[in-house]
Design a protein around this ligand. Structure first.
Ligand code: NQM
Length: 383
């Protein structure tokens, strides 16, 4: 912290999301103090986050806390925190594969890892779930570059590719790939597949919730009846998935699937958790792709699988997200071998953030539900 209260951090775009990246050692060691500080920096608890640096959307109210890893199987620890916009909430109950894209370059920028002369491959432990991911990104002359030729849907222009390879993502938040113990469940008269391959997601058919699946996020955001149905579906699914009362939580997400319209495998509209996503999350997409590959997965009959392989082309409101999922369906229950995705990221700003007034530390945080207190490893190990 600077003498006048500034906290060192970097603003980065990771995939289709944006957030503040901190070194763990630049934040308070106590989770409660850290959370109060981050809520104040972001300006959460106000719809336009006018008194903070948040982007007035859940996709731009994210935080990565990064440190050198103490585990043998990882180089870097990455704790993801999702902050609320209207509500002053903060939770570590989910991963974020988009923000993850910025973690390797950030760690190289801050000297946590030694970068290679051309490219760098590093092992990142997602502290939220304990999953280790391998990230490969360009570092000519040992310095991360962000410029490149790779386009990802939902982001203007192109950037340097960042390859993310996941293993052991099944059961990230719930302990199992199929947390209800079944491939299909019936909730509110709607057939769903509740899955957790990196992100707990409820997959249902768009038509079963009264939409075609081609509506824009803005149109969906104005549909109060749909919002009520999604809310009810995810709350019931949360209980079945062993997540308890999820009314104040950011998981599970809901993805409504339809037949593809643009040459992809499947059409999707995703809700985080009730607000429509402008694209789809990375691990959300990995979970949806896995659901479609499962024998009996809801919506698989709508999907158009091309040549045999593991490449699933997910259509979303702003384009396509291609994920590569290797699933062994000969095992019972099926076993996920690996998953991969390509993203880009960009350093947007580096400097110091100045928090405004914070909630008193001995009082519960405003708008923070009891079950939103961090339940995972509370702090990334200081570097
Ligand atoms: O699923 C949004 C995003 C995400 C999460 C959300 C993500 C993922 O688009 O891995 O990336 O689900 O809240 O950043």
């Amino acid at each position: 912290m600077t003498a006048d209260g500034g906290i060192r951090c970097m603003l980065m775009r990771g995939g289709t999301s944006k957030g503040l990246f901190f070194l763990a050692c630049d934040l308070p060691g106590s989770a409660a103090e850290r959370d109060a500080l981050l809520l104040a920096i972001m300006g959460s608890g106000n719809p336009i986050q006018v008194d903070g640096v948040g982007g007035a959307h859940p996709l731009a109210a994210k935080v990565a806390v990064v440190s050198r890893s103490a585990s043998d199987d990882a180089d870097i620890d990455y704790l993801f925190l999702q902050l609320g916009v209207e509500e002053a909430t903060i939770t570590d109950r989910q991963n974020c594969g988009n923000i993850l894209a910025g973690v390797g370059p950030f760690a190289a920028e801050r000297g946590l890892i030694a970068a290679g002369d051309e490219s760098t491959t590093t092992r990142i432990r997602m502290v939220n779930s304990g999953t280790v991911v391998t990230a490969t990104f360009a570092t000519p002359h040992g310095v991360p570059v962000y410029e490149g030729e790779t386009a990802i849907a939902g982001v203007p222009g192109t950037g340097a590719p960042i390859l993310l390879r996941f293993a052991d993502t099944a059961g990230s938040a719930t302990g199992s790939l199929l947390p209800t113990g079944r491939v299909r469940d019936l909730i509110d008269g709607v057939e769903v597949t509740c899955i957790d391959n990196g992100m707990p997601v409820v997959v249902a058919r768009s038509a079963d919730l009264g939409i075609s699946g081609s509506e824009s996020p803005d149109v969906l955001a104005g549909d109060d009846e749909l919002a009520a149905r999604v809310r009810s579906l995810r709350i019931a699914a949360g209980k079945l998935m062993g997540l308890g009362d999820v009314s104040g939580l950011s998981v599970p997400k809901t993805t409504l699937v339809s037949a593809p319209r643009d040459g992809g495998t499947v059409g999707t509209r995703t809700f985080i958790p009730v607000r429509p996503h402008t694209a789809i999350g990375v691990l959300g997409a990995v979970s949806v792709a896995t659901a479609l590959l499962l024998p009996g997965g809801v919506g698989a009959e709508l999907a158009s699988f091309g040549s045999p392989g593991h490449r699933i082309d997910i259509e979303h409101p702003t384009g396509h997200l291609i994920v590569d999922v290797e699933l062994d369906t000969s095992a019972e229950p099926p076993v996920v071998r690996s998953a991969g995705v390509v993203r880009t990221a960009r350093r947007l700003f580096d400097g110091f953030a100045y928090p405004g007034p914070r909630p008193a530390l001995d009082l519960p945080l405003a708008g923070r539900a009891a079950d939103q207190r961090p339940i995972g490893p509370a702090d990334a190990a200081p570097s």
